[in-house]
Design a protein around this ligand. Structure first.
Ligand SMILES: [Zn+2]
Length: 413
């Protein structure tokens, strides 16, 4: 983890600011962008986790012309094509019929390892190429875009690969897919700027159509909460890579509030401790009272000790099911109206970026339980939806509809 952070800072210092300074003299269009636009037909207005083709009408009504969805690993343990993969292809077929295009996120490294394919070995790399080629061949006529893996340059999704290994894992897949991709656009996504990953990906750019980044502000940390950061990172990426840029994930929490000391103490007591000090001193007991999802997540991520992790910046908001007071964008409180305001302010700004291939809002609907800490009351991974968990549109949905649902966009879809 420390190496990861050090690399972010080192490469960031070396490439982020110089690329931003280069932006004003960088042409706003190039051959790669023209080629991509010819394939996509214009700006992509997308929605993440658009997993259900039965909701295609709801998407189209909001002016959403692309959905993003994951796809299962294609092979069973015995080498046959997996039932889950077949089911996913069928889903894509239904999306295609509905007129909503799809960006498919391919399986991450954990699924390869689970099938005994270690991309760090020569044999594993060869098999990785075979899997990537097969996926691309199967997607023909069904998908319109591919995002190779998801955020593989961060430990949470890339484990156990280091950055060099993760980049090679992406690169060989891009190379294997290239001869078969036809009109399908292919790229990858990073978390924010990740200058090290984009720098190391450069030898593989000839096989790619876009570089992607994911960005959330005002939802996790109390710093860098200005809306202008989205455009800054996009501009840096364009100037740095010369590749069309895709905002593959972004969004805003529609609920979440600070908690009082008494409320926090009540959370600790629920798990058998009277204070943070006591919880830290008996962290195993404390976690034993916690739910299984949260406990497993802590076990996976707490490389520097569980007590530090549970009460550290990655997890503490989850634990207390709160969003501290300063974790927000000014003028956009964490309410349904605040979420709507976020889209009203941001979407027109993004539309003006000439080199932006598209953007995918996170996400289609709320979740009934947090996938990280396992608590139903946790806002952090449950309140991103444009619709509620039962599919009812929220104010954010109508704000997006106001902006994207124009006649121009419908013609685009
Ligand atoms: Zn949570």
């Amino acid at each position: 983890m420390e190496t990861w952070l050090k690399e972010q800072l080192t490469y960031g210092a070396k490439y982020f600011i110089p690329s931003l300074l280069k932006y004003p003299v960088t042409p706003k269009e190039n051959e790669r962008l023209r080629t991509l636009r010819a394939k996509t037909g214009g700006m992509i207005h997308g929605l993440c986790r658009a997993d259900d083709p039965g909701k295609a009408d709801l998407l189209r009504a909001a002016g959403v012309n692309w959905g993003r969805t994951g796809i299962a690993f294609p092979f069973d343990a015995d080498g046959g094509v997996s039932e889950d993969f077949r089911r996913d292809l069928e889903r894509l077929r239904r999306f295609r019929e509905s007129g909503v295009k799809v960006l498919v996120t391919t399986p991450s490294v954990g699924y390869f390892l689970g099938r005994g394919i270690d991309p760090r070995t020569p044999e594993g790399e060869e098999k990785t190429r075979t899997v990537a080629r097969f996926i691309m061949q199967q997607l023909q006529g069904l998908a319109s875009g591919v995002c190779i893996c998801n955020e593989i340059g961060i430990p949470r999704f890339g484990h156990p690969l280091n950055m060099d290994q993760a980049v090679r894992f992406l690169g060989v897949q891009a190379e294997a897919m290239a001869p078969f991709k036809g009109d399908i656009i292919v790229g990858y996504n990073t978390v924010g700027p990740q200058a090290d990953q984009h720098y190391k990906m450069r030898p593989w750019f000839p096989y790619l159509d876009y570089v992607g980044f994911d960005m959330y502000i005002g939802c996790f940390f109390p710093v860098l909460t200005q809306l202008g950061i989205f455009a800054l990172i996009a501009k840096y990426l364009w100037a740095f890579t010369g590749m069309p840029v895709m905002l593959v994930e972004f969004g805003y929490l529609a609920a979440g509030a600070p908690k009082s000391k008494a409320e926090k103490k009540a959370v600790l007591q629920k798990y058998g401790a009277n204070s943070e000090k006591e919880a830290k001193a008996h962290i195993e007991d404390f976690l034993a009272h916690f739910n299984e999802t949260g406990r497993k997540y802590v076990e996976k991520c707490a490389t520097k000790g569980k007590a530090n992790y549970v009460f550290g910046p990655d997890f503490v908001n989850h634990l207390y099911c709160e969003l501290p007071r300063l974790v927000r964008i000014k003028g956009c409180p964490h309410t349904q109206e605040g979420q709507a305001e976020f889209y009203r302010r941001l979407l027109p700004r993004l539309e003006k970026l000439p080199f932006l291939a598209g953007m995918f809002i996170y996400t289609a609907s709320d979740d009934s339980r947090c996938g990280i800490c396992g608590q139903a009351e946790c806002p952090t991974e449950t309140q991103w939806g444009l619709c509620t968990a039962d599919g009812t549109p929220k104010k954010g949905y109508y704000a997006v509809q106001e902006i994207w649902g124009s006649a121009g966009n419908q013609a685009n879809s």
